[in-house]
Every structure is written in structure tokens, then in C-alpha cells.
Design a protein around this ligand. Structure first.
Ligand code: G1P
Length: 292
């Protein structure tokens, strides 16, 4: 039973400066919702009931976003804007179901996850990186939860990437395949294209066993001098704990980059009945020369 999800949201977002100078990168909007809301909605659809955010200074807007906003709600009510009222009410995470934990220093994803160690009661929990937005008929985490069985051990969502991109991901060395699952014999964080064991890359959706907190607690520095989640997964593989890659149905956009963020906006707008006709005319006009 996977009832808790962890959302690491402490990162600086320097790739999006100056946009992220005063707002968290997880609050960047794709079409009409901030990235973090897509991730929380995906978790909800998968049956998650407890939401743990690993934050840092300057991330207060995330907490506010999932809180109630009484003056705005009263105003919308008084003006009869009931649809908008429902929209903002439905975002709220019910009281007692959200937890915000500060990561004091940016020591890496593995360290961010470790910060949640005292607050997970179940054997396994979900981890979602809001930078990765997945467009899918059945939300990605829900697909994973449905497919997951305890023999899978730790499960990571995977995609195939181009060889020259492997140095941006955790990469699996695949031992065997069965349907949408692959079993890994090892995993390495951000290898160079020459040293990568494959092009099977982890994206930001995980189902982790709580025993991951033990290797993460060693605080060993890995790639980029950071405490890497991937190294914790590898330590568990070394101790014969399985690592399973899951090929989900859907399209993932890397909203941690400008190009990926732009693609996500276009793809989601194209899938929206109201926006699609406008998008088509915008795209046609793009070919016109800019006026002086
Ligand atoms: C993190 C993980 C990496 C994974 C990636 C997915 O890297 O460390 O293993 O492939 O997320 O987005 P980051 O993008 O935080 O550098």
C-alpha cells in the first residue's frame, strides 16, 4: 500500500533565472497550473494521502498554494464565481495530510529524500520530481502503483534517451525484460556517453522501499559532489535488493529545461479543446517575419 509521497522542492532553479528569483521553480506555470500541482494531482490519482514536501528558504509559495485562501474564497463566493471558487478549493491538501520539511543545505536528491525518513509509516513510498511532467491517459504514478508488486523492490519510471543525453540521468544496466518492466543489474548517476551501460534513463517517478534511508544515511558524495539517490539504489542492488525499471504509457517533458518546459506548454495546449484552435493560428503566424 503506497499512501505517502515525497516531493523534493528545495532546488534553486537557476536554469530559469530571472523567472525563479522570487518564485520557486516548482511554481512555474505550464498552461494554467504550476508544475507542483501537476505532481500533487498525479499523486492523488494514485491514491496518495500524505504529501511530504522537502523545501528550502524561499519556497513558501508552495505551502500557500495548497492551503486555503479565505479572503480570495470569500470574494469569489460574493461575486458568484463558483467555478473559480471550486478550482481553488480543490487544490487544497486536507489538514494534517501535508508536511513541509526544510533541507538546510542543497546536498543532493538522496539527502532530500533522507530528510523524510522519520515520517513514513508504510514499507514503501512514492517520490515525484515536479520538474518531470508526464502527460498520460492514466497518470504515470497510478500506472506504477497498479503494476507494482513487492518483488519489484525499488521501482523507477524509465524512458529511452539519446546517447548524448545520458549524462543528465540515472542510467540502468538492464539484466532482463518482462512486459513493461526491466530488471536492473546496476544503476549509475549521470555517466558519460562512453561509459553508460545503456540509454535506459530514470525519470522523476519512483516507488522506494524505506530501507533506502539506510544507505542514504551514509551521506556518501557521488556524481557532482552530491548525495545521490541513485547511489543508494545501487547499494541496495549490491545487497540483492531488486531494482525495477517501469516503461509507462505517456509522454514525459523535462520542465527543468526551457525547451522541455516549452514543449510541455505546447503539448498540453494542443490537448486542450479550448486552446487548440488558437495554438494552431499562433503556430502559423510564427513563420511570419518580425516587424521592425
Ligand atoms: C535526478 C536524478 C536522476 C534522474 C533525474 C530525472 O537528477 O538524480 O537519476 O534521472 O532526476 O529527472 P536531476 O535532474 O535532479 O539532476
Amino acid at each position: 500500500m503506497i499512501k505517502t509521497a515525497v516531493f523534493p522542492v528545495a532546488g534553486l532553479g537557476s536554469r530559469f533565472l530571472p523567472a525563479t528569483k522570487a518564485i520557486p521553480k516548482e511554481m512555474l506555470v505550464v498552461v494554467d497550473k504550476p508544475l507542483i500541482q501537476y505532481a500533487v494531482e498525479e499523486a492523488r490519482a494514485a491514491g496518495i494521502e500524505k504529501f511530504i514536501f522537502i523545501t528550502s528558504q524561499g519556497k513558501e509559495a508552495i505551502e500557500d498554494h495548497f492551503d486555503s485562501h479565505s479572503s480570495l474564497e470569500l470574494t469569489l463566493q460574493a461575486r458568484g464565481k463558483l467555478e473559480d471558487l471550486e478550482k481553488i478549493r480543490s487544490i487544497r491538501i486536507p489538514e494534517g495530510q501535508a508536511l513541509f520539511i526544510r533541507q538546510h543545505e542543497p546536498l543532493g536528491l538522496g539527502h532530500a529524500v533522507w530528510c523524510a525518513r522519520h515520517y513514513i509509516q508504510e514499507e514503501s513510498f512514492a517520490l515525484l520530481l515536479a520538474d518531470d511532467l508526464v502527460q498520460a491517459k492514466v497518470p504515470c504514478l497510478q500506472q506504477m502503483v497498479q503494476a507494482y508488486s513487492p518483488e519489484d523492490g525499488n521501482m523507477v519510471a524509465v524512458i529511452d534517451v539519446n546517447k548524448e543525453e545520458v549524462n543528465r540521468y540515472g542510467i540502468l544496466d538492464v539484466k532482463s525484460k518482462s512486459g513493461s518492466k526491466v530488471r536492473a543489474k546496476s544503476v549509475v548517476e549521470k555517466p558519460s556517453p562512453q561509459n553508460a551501460p545503456s540509454t535506459t534513463a530514470i525519470i522523476g517517478r519512483y516507488i522506494l522501499h524505506t530501507s533506502i534511508f539506510e544507505p542514504l544515511g551514509f551521506k556518501k558524495q557521488g556524481a557532482g559532489g552530491e548525495i545521490q539517490l541513485t547511489d543508494g539504489l545501487q547499494t541496495m542492488v549490491n545487497a540483492n535488493f531488486p531494482l525495477t525499471g517501469f516503461r509507462f504509457d505517456g509522454q514525459r517533458y523535462d520542465c527543468g529545461t526551457k525547451v522541455g518546459w516549452l514543449q510541455a506548454n505546447l503539448a498540453l495546449a494542443a490537448a486542450d479543446q479550448e486552446l487548440r484552435p488558437y495554438l494552431e493560428s499562433v503556430m502559423m503566424n510564427l513563420n511570419r517575419p518580425l516587424s521592425a
